[in-house]
Design a protein around this ligand. Structure first.
Ligand code: A3P
Length: 306
């Protein structure tokens, strides 16, 4: 690690630049261990996202979609009612491989295995490329992702050292220095791959999911090969899945209001507002202009807009 470029950055930790992206030390060790050990299976589904893009929501949706027989049983037994989505769909580098020198035993997980990661495309373990595993990528308007990240960071660091000003986080974000940043490089890596290989990578945006959740849930089911057997099943399941995974439902569950990740973060930190466009309440006109301009330049010619 000592040879990598560093920046002060995430809560109290230093960020390290590895394969073009910024990682806190512990997370980077998780990435390295995952790259070394993870053996993807053809049936694996990986949810990849930029931080604060609605990962928790999509984890819940993926779990409910793949395990939809739960809806045939009494509704109040659904695992999502008593487990945080991060437990049901674990992060590779942030959970399963975090602080693990050796290869964790994932053999007891039933197929299809659901994992998630924030790793950039260039850093994915080779077995992910070599297998038939599928990647579902989720990103969000960078202005909302940034504001969400700022609130989340402050929630974590406030006990230790007080809140960091938005200006500071914004400045770094614009320079590409944020956890798993540069944001645009992360997004473009998966965007380009989704164009080249649409059977391997499904590219989703938080805003589009919010606007047309049913459409995107069907898209997700088709992409994963988990289409519904009939129109009737589809209607019933789509409604059931979206209802149980809604912000209103998940954020009010006892487990999500009171529980904590083993690393200490309150589950409640993953549920703030769940809205599109909250950046309007926090960013100044100058900030908006500057970030829009950067994004225009970075995404120019890609066909991608936020
Ligand atoms: P805000 O901070 O804008 O409210 P992640 O899960 O990737 O960490 O992203 C967190 C963001 O997703 C937060 O955004 C959070 O409120 C929002 N979110 C969490 N659960 C959601 C849900 N069920 N539906 C929509 N948004 C949700």
């Amino acid at each position: 690690l000592s040879s990598l470029p560093t920046e002060k950055g995430w809560v109290t930790s230093t960020l390290y630049k590895y394969q073009g992206f910024w990682h806190p030390c512990r997370h980077l060790q998780g990435v390295l261990s995952c790259q070394k050990h993870f053996e993807a299976q053809d049936t694996d589904i990986l949810l990849v996202s930029t931080p604060k893009s609605g990962t928790t929501w999509l984890k819940a949706i993926l779990f409910a979609l793949i395990n939809r027989t739960h809806f045939l049983k009494p509704h109040d037994n659904h695992p999502l009612l008593s487990n945080n989505p991060h437990v049901l769909v674990p992060f590779l580098e942030l959970k399963l491989y975090l602080e693990k020198e050796e290869n964790p035993d994932l053999s007891s997980l039933s197929s299809p295995r659901l994992f998630s990661t924030h790793m950039p495309y260039v850093s994915l373990p080779t077995s992910v490329h070599d297998s038939q595993s599928k990647l579902v990528y989720l990103c969000r308007n960078p202005k909302d992702a940034l504001v969400s990240l700022w609130f989340f960071t402050n929630k974590l660091r406030i006990q230790e050292m007080g809140a960091s000003p938005l200006e500071e986080v914004f400045e770094k974000f614009c320079r590409g220095v944020s956890i798993y940043g540069p944001f645009w490089d992360h997004v473009l890596g998966y965007w380009e791959e989704s164009l080249k290989n649409p059977k391997k990578v499904l590219f989703l945006k938080y805003e589009e999911m919010k606007e047309q959740p049913e459409v995107h849930l069907r898209k997700l089911a088709d992409f994963l090969g988990y289409s519904f057997s009939s129109k009737e099943e589809e209607e019933r399941m789509v409604d059931g899945i979206l209802e149980i995974c809604s912000f209103e439902n998940l954020s009010k569950l006892k487990v999500n209001e009171e529980g904590k990740l083993p690393s200490g973060e309150d589950y409640s930190a993953f549920f703030r507002k769940g809205e599109v466009g909250d950046w309007k309440n926090h960013l100044t006109a100058e900030m908006v202009e500057r970030l829009d301009k950067i994004c225009e330049e970075k995404f120019d010619g890609s066909g991608l807009k936020f």
